[in-house]
Design a protein around this ligand. Structure first.
Ligand code: NAD
Length: 283
């Protein structure tokens, strides 16, 4: 894949540490950048724990683990991204933050290199417009947990070049993932299809069509989903679900995407799912 040896990962949170993990395990050098040393320490501890899990399952051996960890260079200095052949951004889902980060890395990373975003819902076209290389900006939407999930939704912005797409597709494959090509519209495909289903399940709770347990059982046993939509909403975070519904509603302008009032009420109450200990279920 066109000489990619070093990948920059910006943001070492839930997604960034997973992306660094799979890149390092695939033999790439990784420049892992976050704003504070404590976040880098936490990311490396998580990567080590997850690599240990792969050793225990005989997916890799101990030497592979040690070699993968040695390929990761943690740094709070984003200037080190100058060494990267390809950069994947995974900072928080905030348009202004992403624009700021892309403007900064556009100045640092060599002109020919591709800049990818792991955003779940922000327009790739908009992120690209803040750079001097919009044709080299693309979405690389990994799924959580990154080391486990096969899909990478590759999102072509309005002016993303074919060459950028092809290099990104090859990179995703070299990380052991299955890339799927989609275009840049609100929610892409993953959240455009998933979130309205979750939102509809919340309407079913609100209207008393069924209990949370009943709704999840119908979808698991009847539709062969591995997890029910409400348990999944609790896992994703109800605040994240609400944000994505707002993006779909605003971006597509169709009332069918209006967030369920119960979803909004639960977020207002601080019932965010697993992370707050309470959502549709108690944890
Ligand atoms: P997170 O909050 O766990 O991690 C974000 C990290 O970015 C933090 O460690 C933070 O310190 C760091 N950061 C903030 N500003 C920075 C900067 N200027 N430079 C470098 N690092 C900076 O977030 P996350 O859940 O990993 O999500 C990251 C992105 O991935 C978001 O766009 C999100 O929508 C997307 N995403 C998340 C999931 C998920 O399930 N969590 C799934 C798919 C996509």
């Amino acid at each position: 894949m066109a000489g990619i040896q070093t990948v920059g990962v910006v943001g070492g949170g839930t997604m960034g540490n997973g992306i660094a993990h799979v890149a390092a395990r695939s033999g790439l050098k990784v420049i892992l950048n976050d704003i504070e040393q404590q976040f880098l320490d936490r990311a490396l501890a998580t990567i080590e724990k997850n690599l240990d899990r792969e050793v225990a399952k005989n997916k890799i051996n101990k030497d592979d683990k040690v070699a993968a960890l040695a390929r990761i260079v943690p740094t709070t200095k984003n200037s080190r991204l100058a060494e990267a052949d390809f950069v994947i951004e995974a900072v928080a889902e905030d348009v202004e933050l992403k624009l700021k980060v892309f403007r900064a890395i556009d100045e640092i990373v060599r002109p020919g290199a591709i800049l990818a975003s792991n955003t779940s819902s922000i327009s790739i076209t908009k992120i690209a417009s803040g750079t001097k290389r919009p044709d080299k900006v693309i979405g690389m939407h990994f799924m959580n947990p990154v080391p486990v999930m096969a899909l990478v939704e590759i999102v072509r912005g309005h002016v993303t070049s074919n060459e950028t797409y092809e290099t990104t597709r090859q990179l995703a494959e070299s990380l052991g993932k299955t890339p799927v090509e989609v275009n840049d519209y609100p929610g892409f495909v993953s959240n455009r299809v998933l979130m309205p289903m979750i939102n509809e399940a919340v309407f079913c709770v609100m209207e008393g069509v069924g209990t949370a347990e009943a709704i999840d059982s119908v979808m698991k046993l009847g539709m062969n989903h591995p997890i029910g939509p409400l348990a999944l909403a609790d896992l994703i975070g109800l605040d994240v679900c609400l944000d994505i519904m707002e993006v779909l509603h605003t971006g597509l302008g169709d009332s069918k995407y209006r967030p369920c009032p119960l979803l909004r009420k639960m977020v207002d109450a601080g019932d965010l799912g697993r992370k707050s200990g309470r959502g549709f279920y108690k944890y």
